[in-house]
Write a protein of this length. Structure first.
Length: 372
């Protein structure tokens, strides 16, 4: 009995981008402000972390209760409320209603397919942007993308994440240590620190993919090495994915820099200009990366075409060499009795001499014309 083929135990192909489903799972013609979660459930329960800080004090508390978060509303010290998980619509709606957030904003927070934008509602600012990080080596995707939403009020900063966020750890560490100006400034400076961390992760993701592109480009220049079209297509898809993710952030930063909201102090403007420079750097890197991948793709196609031309040249040369030999063999293969060479003792040897002369002469002519 024929043996069954063994299952393929190789690791699944690693993609260079995180494909978002284009279809919106919400039913059509919903009333404005209908709270429907459209993302992926990445945590078991929605949790809150409340961070209350000042230049002299620091307090941190984890909770799953909305009243524990609202308790810090009337305090004079800045407060940061971190929400992880968005699938519990009732709990998210209760928290946002406690801060009198517009129903349309609540809907935008739960709709994780929102483009980056800034909206000024007077008493608070609403910002949403994609949070991009590099996935672990054993993951099926090269990058992870989740929506990051932010609400800035006079004393409270609320952030919303679909799942655990890598950008929070360094900012929380700076708050706990009390180093720098983070604890001595208000929540507007904390907002800038988070956006700056997001842009830093954009630049890290671009540098990560740029290393892969450089390694692929180096492989193509080495003789005897081959790069699959699947790998080049993955680099191309990844570069376009990063460009689409990074490009809209510039408009968000421009709107933030030119905002006249009283929630941001004038001392924050130099930092916003620095954020603008980072966004330009990220877009320029993403655009350069797309051009580099396009060049690699064209170069790879040129190499394949060159290899095909070499093969066709050899096959054409062989066909040209054997064409006169086939003609001579065909002539002396005809069965006519009156062919004089049939009765000549040296006829067979003479035909072989003609074969060799034709072959050598044809190859010599090809080499002289540099066709071989």
């Amino acid at each position: 009995m024929p043996q069954e083929p063994e299952p393929n135990e190789s690791r699944p192909r690693r993609r260079h981008f995180n494909p978002r489903k284009a279809r919106d799972p919400r039913p059509p013609a919903l009333p404005p402000g209908s709270l429907v979660f459209t993302g992926e459930r990445r945590v078991a329960d929605v949790t809150f972390r409340v961070v209350d800080f000042s230049a002299e004090s620091f307090r941190e508390m984890d909770s799953t209760s909305v009243p524990d978060c609202v308790e810090f509303e009337g305090r004079d010290s800045p407060t940061w409320i971190i929400t992880t998980g968005l699938h519990d619509v009732e709990k998210i709606g209760e928290l946002l209603a406690a801060y009198d957030i517009h129903p349309l904003v609540q809907d935008d927070i739960l709709n994780t397919r929102q483009p980056p934008k800034l909206e000024d509602f007077g008493s608070y600012l609403f910002i949403t942007v994609g949070e991009l990080t590099i996935a672990p080596p054993d993951a099926s995707e090269a990058f992870k993308l989740q929506q990051f939403s932010l609400l800035l009020t006079d004393r409270v900063l609320l952030t919303f994440h679909e799942g655990p966020s890598e950008i929070l750890a360094p900012v929380l560490h700076r708050l706990r240590e009390g180093k720098g100006r983070l604890r001595s400034r208000g929540v507007d400076y904390l907002m800038w620190a988070l956006l700056d961390a997001i842009l830093d992760h954009y630049l890290a993701a671009l540098a990560h993919l740029e290393e892969k592109v450089s390694a692929t480009d180096e492989l193509l220049t080495r003789p005897g090495t081959d790069v699959s079209m699947e790998e080049i297509h993955g680099l191309r898809a990844g570069s376009h994915f990063l460009y689409r993710t990074v490009r809209p952030v510039r408009e968000l930063v421009v709107a933030l820099e030119h905002s006249e909201s009283d929630l941001m102090s004038r001392e924050l403007h130099p930092f916003l200009r620095d954020l603008y420079d980072h966004s330009w750097h990220a877009i320029d890197s993403a655009d350069h990366l797309r051009e580099a991948v396009t060049s690699i793709r064209e170069y790879h196609q040129a190499i394949l075409a060159q290899r095909m031309n070499e093969v066709m040249k050899v096959l054409t040369a062989l066909s040209t060499v054997f064409l006169p030999l086939t003609f001579v063999a065909g002539v002396y293969g005809m069965n006519f009795k009156d062919q004089p060479e049939y009765n000549w003792g040296w006829g067979y040897r003479a035909v072989w001499v003609v074969f060799i002369l034709i072959t050598v002469g044809t190859i010599w002519y090809f080499r002289r014309r540099k066709w071989l």
